[in-house]
Design a protein around this ligand. Sequence first.
Ligand code: PLP
Length: 501
Amino acid sequence: MIMSKPSGQRLQAAALPDFVLRQFDRHSSEHDHRQLYRILQTGIRESVLPAGLKLLPTRVLAQVLGIARNTVVHVYEQLALEGYVQADVGRGTFVAAAGPRLVDRARRTPGTAAPMRRVWLSQRGNRLVQEAGASQLQWGAFTPGVPEVRMFPAQVWTRLQARAWRAATPQQLSYATGPGDADLRAAVTDYLQGTRGVVCTPEQVVITSGTQQSLQLVAQLLADPGDAVWLEDPGYWGARSVFRAMGLHLEPVGVDGEGLAPTPEQLQRPPRAMFVSPSHQYPTGALMSHGRRRQLLEYAAVHGVWVIEDDYDSEFRYGARPLPALQGLDEQGRVVYLGTFSKTLFPAMRLAYLVLPPDLVDSFARALNELFREGQPLQQAVLARFLAEGHYASHIRRMRAVYGARHDALIHAIDRHFGSRLPVIGGDAGLHLVLGLPRDVDDQALAQQVLRAGVATRPLSLYHLVQPASSKGLLLGYGAVREEEIASNFALLAKAVQGLL
Ligand SMILES: Cc1ncc(COP(=O)(O)O)c(C=O)c1O
């Protein structure tokens, strides 16, 4: 029910100011109205602000935030119009029993009372929306997978961008036609050869607008609906969503300390493709051993399986040097290598790359143009300069030190609160670690509880395909939180966790 009355049980508004205050930034360039709307909407959609919760009176919330009361009034009105909250005359405004569904919200206009039903979506569309894995929170302590975007060298970028615009060709402003900017493909090749042991020429590189798009191309071009694909379990929700949306059959494969670990029965049924993150298994952080790499490549070569290697954040390894990419060991042309600039630079850049066996490149470039009319050639040219002039390498060096310090601060905080009572999983690389929890803990409920205190984490069980999940924990990202803010944020989290142990 979309507009049902809030339940009889009234919840107090006490949780609200804390939740809003922690996220509301008075100095943000985002308009107050937009910001408050977004925060409340997200809170309701993620059930951090539960059904029945009474919102603060507009006057009080305006005072708490130091903004105009009218702004709050308009936000409440908008949320009411969209079915997120209900005004109960004389009593206040309450979070509605169930937030509006995506499809309803998209199709409703003010004044149309009857909501559209979900039947408008295809079965796979429905499933995609129902089982969507992306969090609506993408910034703040301890959001996993988000890098420190505030330290991006914007001045350098602006200078390169101005230069690129002065020299812009009509082709760079028209529809793109090929596999991407030639200079960027060459710079990516140099970088991958020098740092990741990838064996390729620039002709094998195709620029995309993100790993998600790379995966979509892979699924479209290398598999048919119904084909089986092995997915690490636990594993990356983004791959799961794309493959499922493309109609592939998802086969969960367990992960041990050496990476993907198919059972003997699974090995009897070779899939069309397997998706792996060997350099930093997502989310457990396991590093695939050399022996396992060899076995998988041999298996793939014998059975004609595509190996999709997601190498998303291996630049950041604290201590040991990163292990070279699986692609570099592949002698049979079975590996499709996926890289991204989302972690090394910033996610909103939406630029990534595929390194393909040579005879796949033309088809991928053609499909890319056909399906997506790939854009941003000028941005690609700027990025090519950024790499060629050494800014990329120095930014990564600088960020490795920053993340290393944050990583240490988080480990220290965990140690202070829990000692060896809770295991830290995958804590020596990347931008996140997993705080392991006992199997009987409801990590999803815990993550909600922690979020109410203003700390964003992701429950490990959400990354499992096989439910009930075999492991529990919280993913803690340290990319988007300053070193000096780690202890205080972790203390908030620890309080909630301690109550469960
Ligand atoms: C495992 C994994 N691979 C790849 C990516 C990068 O995706 P994109 O390039 O679409 O930003 C992410 C981002 O969260 C990730 O967690």
